[in-house]
Ligand binder design. Sequence first.
Ligand code: NOJ
Length: 713
Amino acid sequence: MNLHALLENMTLREKLAQLTQLDGQFHVPGGGEELTGPLHDMHIREEDVAASGSVLGAIGAQRTRAIQEQHLKADRHHIPLLFMLDVIHGFRTIFPIPLALGCTWDPELVQEAMRVAAKEASAAGIHVNFSPMADLVRDARWGRVMESTGEDPYLNGLFAAAFVRGYQGDDLRDPDSLAACVKHLAAYGAAEAGRDYNAVELGQYALRAFYFPAYQAALDAGAAMVMSSFNALNGIPSTANAWLLRDVLRGEWKFNGPVISDWGAVQELVNHGVAEDGREAGLKALKAGVEIEMMTSDYLQYGEELVETGELDEALVDQAVLRLLELKEKMGLFDDPYRQASPEKEKAVLGCPAHRQLARKTAARSLVLLKNEGNLLPLSKESRVAVIGPYGTARHLLGGWSCTGRDEETVSLYEGLLEKAPASRFSVCAGAGFYPDDPLSLDEAVAAAREADVVLLALGEHPDMSGEATSRAFLDIPAGQTELARAVFALGKPTAVVLFNGRPLDLREISEKADAVVEAWFPGSEGGAAVADLLYGDVLPQGRLTMSFPYAVGQVPVYYNGFNTGRPIDREWSDQRYLSRYIDIPNAPLYPFGFGLNFSSVKYEGLRLSGRCAESNLEARVTLTNMGEYPAEEVAQLYIRDVSASVVRPVKELKAYRRVPLAPGESREVVFPVNTDMLAFVHEDGSRYAEPGRFRLMVGPHAAELLETEFTL
Ligand code: NOJ
């Protein structure tokens, strides 16, 4: 296809329509929208719909095919539409939420899972996926932390690349592949006070060293598109930020694909206060480098006039359209506009047994065992178990952004438990609900708990309490459930709490009073089965936190890789008050980054280096021993600190990790090669290099329990 020739034949209005993304509802197959509704309000004409370039939110092979067919007839250039959607953690087979996927510390597995998501979504006619969200997150108040893989730039980069490879496969032409759209550029996760859509103030150093790397990793892995973020970054909304989208993204990172705005964000430049009206908003966004306008129509409404007056160079529009056409070409849409999507294919792949099996495996890997006093877990199949709390039987384990996943196809905890032991072993009582007004049935719950050997308290946030627009000021579990938990704890029965939630919560009371705590997140379609696998020891606990759990909400943002300050808390000082600390709570989070227990304890000893200079192919070695009776799947973590540099460096940064299977009583030596690249960091001007000097190397089971040694560069 000669795209340049095609472009030359397009009118300016048609080009602007190509750059406008409309909701699927506007493309009514067979009829054509009566232009009296929202389209009329948006000043969109019937021929604009015919010439538009992409669709958001049309799902299903039959529907997308019908829209495409009608569109190809109506558009005089026969340019196929791109269908875009948020397929965040699965299409019909739902995998754990991304924050839980992060806790697997297994990017290969996540890549496999996202391949499944791509297969299912592409069978249903989707072409572009608004994922991965590579935003670094440090503030659990922000509801969208569920869509991130956590607070670590290195791990986030590994996962962002894995998501992209999973979606895109080896070739975008492959009809099973989706194009990945990495989002939200930039630093959307640093919204002030954890309030969604709020402004972000970040210095160049922090932005480049901590926030940019995961976006870059997604692009290095070949992500085909980028979405700009809603937030203002250092005073300029990303949607109008030419420094970000042109100098950095195009100039420094050499990205050549299309950039799309977030939903309505072009028009929102007016609310931000950097544009007088839609005309100025459209002009600013286009000039800054936002090529596709999602869900508003400023480009279409004002583009022609802006070119006519000379305020907008048509060459800019041409370049944007060309980028979009190139993506269509790369995806093979000009040859097969339907990319083999069909109801038959959907029937064969959506939720098929192989996909469900992978969902179960992935979910089991993502569960984090936070406490296990007296080895309450794994449970004995002989025990009588009271299953108490709203998540005992609830099927809404899919979490936010669960696409076309269905609660009725989701395995509840109780159903998972029934695979392990006969129904006679269980008594079930919801006891409380998710919302303040939900009724409480404490007596019933207490009675059930009294009769049992063990209580499973299944608690958490409702799925609607995390995701977009779900910022919370308090991070506790809903009040009714706290009351329920207190009533049960008061009985003194062995109690394991299983938590279903989309963000780190304040678990102080739960973790003090429960004997065991399992963080199950929103584990997806096979969630209940996976949790039961862990509770009965059919799988080992393998998850490790990738986001710190605060001791109290007042610590937030709390993350492991912060700076030391001039007055660190561990400094010897005549008056301990004048240190960087709180007077009422500890500095340390309740559960640190990297934390997660095995059924057995694992001892780390003998950390040693092969030399003292980083230049000499250094190796760090440490011996791990399984001290218990159960096999363990340990995740040994290596952190490095640059002790003195030209800028302050984090107290520790994850640089490598190893998954180490250990049989009961087994010892293994783990070897970590240390290279100078691990010592390099991005400086304010964007250059990346290591500075000579002293480095501290730390190895251990999580960020707060580490053996240490030193070397120099
Ligand atoms: C708004 C969200 O911020 C973004 O992540 C998503 O991709 C778009 N809506 C489209 O649904």
